[in-house]
Design a protein around this ligand. Structure first.
Ligand code: ZN
Ligand code: ZN
Length: 397
């Protein structure tokens, strides 16, 4: 084998080809020249706060079991590779565009008169109950099976999908039986989810809307007390007014991909990280994650923007960015070294000064020259619809 390797090295050098390879022990005449084909995880560093670990979650995903483009196995693996710890399975309850293809494919197994019930969600009303013949718990089972190999926690759920501009969509999370949720009446569907102890999230509240005002149905649902949380970010969309709504109704807040395609298309191929809900929990069991969401210990992250409760956001920023004094000049003016130990790039602005970009895993030196130099506005950290986080950096010296 050594001989073969040496010969190959000689041939390669003679041709002036620079290549990395190794001889495959199973077949010494075969060389392996490509990179190993195993999955690697892109870590996302988010510090702990108050002793709670920041778990990275996507609480809104789709696969071929509704109208997504990937299998459930690929979706779970992808979530792990993207740095997530938690993934919710939330197929559309009413809209399953892939169903007709699956039935066609399974023609030898299903009856001739079996029709797909890929409900046209723009019509608003749902199908008759007896028209739904799929088992909505199967996607959850498959996700859990796959997740065992990837150290991921799966949260069972379903997306109640009605006419978006009138009713909107709602994710029921922590469901126990997805088959018991559907009802032609959307409010009854939400009640069915609540009856099995699910937490209900109002999805993408600004999608296909002209403004953020509540529709008649949303007003009814809010008043009925069947909503627990709201997506303040969905994919590339951020709805600052949803923060005001969350604070008013004591909703938990989230940021999710609502991914249908591979995440490489909207995120990885552009060098971006996928949307994440940072959940501050004592461990990543389903129970602890639920406890953290119920206690409202979540932050929303999308394309470098972070949003959430002001105090949680402040603690998260301070845990991410360490401050150390490096010098004092003869006038007592201080210089500080800011080091960002998180994967979030922070945009810092001071009155009358150019913006500072404190990139992930980087440091910058800032100087205190005047009385206004201590107060920094963190431009990519939102704690209200018109409010960014402000921090007094030099107070931390
Ligand atoms: Zn939706
Ligand atoms: Zn969705």
């Amino acid at each position: 084998m050594k001989k073969i390797a040496l010969i190959v090295v000689a041939v390669f050098s003679a041709l002036s080809v620079s290549a990395q390879y190794y001889v495959d022990n199973r077949n010494p005449e075969m060389l392996r020249i490509g990179k190993p084909h195993y999955i690697t995880r892109q870590e996302f560093y988010a510090p702990s706060v108050d002793g709670y670990t920041a778990y990275k979650a996507d609480l809104h995903t789709h696969t071929i079991f509704s109208d997504g483009h990937l299998s459930m196995e690929a979706r779970v693996r992808e979530a792990w590779a993207d740095g997530l710890d938690i993934m919710a399975v939330t197929e559309h309850l009413e809209y399953r565009a892939q169903e007709k293809n699956l039935i066609k494919y399974l023609k030898g197994y299903v009856g001739k008169d079996t029709k797909a019930q890929a409900y046209d969600f723009v019509r608003g009303e749902g199908p008759a109950k007896e028209d739904i013949k799929v088992d909505f718990n199967v996607p959850v089972e498959i996700a859990k099976k796959t997740a065992k190999y990837y150290d991921m926690t799966i949260i069972p759920g379903i997306e109640i999908t009605r006419k978006p501009d009138e009713y909107c969509h709602f994710n029921a999370l922590f469901t126990t039986d997805n088959n018991a949720i559907y009802d032609p009446d959307p409010l009854q569907s939400l009640r069915n989810a609540k009856a099995q102890g699910a937490l209900v999230m109002h999805n993408h509240p600004g999608w296909l809307r002209k403004d953020m005002s509540l529709t008649k149905f949303e007003k009814v649902a809010y008043k009925a007390g069947v909503i627990d949380g709201i997506e303040v970010m969905n994919g590339p969309e951020f709805y600052p007014k949803a923060l005001t709504r969350a604070w008013k109704h004591n909703f938990f807040i989230t940021s999710n991909t609502d991914i249908h395609q591979p995440t490489s298309e909207g995120y990885r191929n552009h060098g971006d990280r996928r949307n994440m809900t940072l959940i501050f929990a004592k461990d990543k069991s389903v129970e602890s994650i639920r406890e953290a969401i119920e206690a409202r210990r979540t932050l929303a992250y999308s394309y470098g923007t972070v949003a959430g409760d002001k105090e949680l956001l402040r603690k998260f920023f301070e845990a991410s960015v360490s401050v150390r004094q490096i010098s004092v000049d003869y006038k007592g003016r201080r210089q500080a070294l800011l080091t960002n130990n998180s994967s979030v790039d922070w945009w810092l602005v001071r009155e009358g000064k150019a913006a500072i970009l404190l990139k992930a895993n980087s440091s910058v030196i800032v100087e205190e020259r005047s009385s206004t130099d201590n107060l920094f506005t963190v431009m990519n950290a939102w704690c209200g619809e018109n409010e960014n986080l402000t921090v007094y950096i030099f107070n931390r010296l």
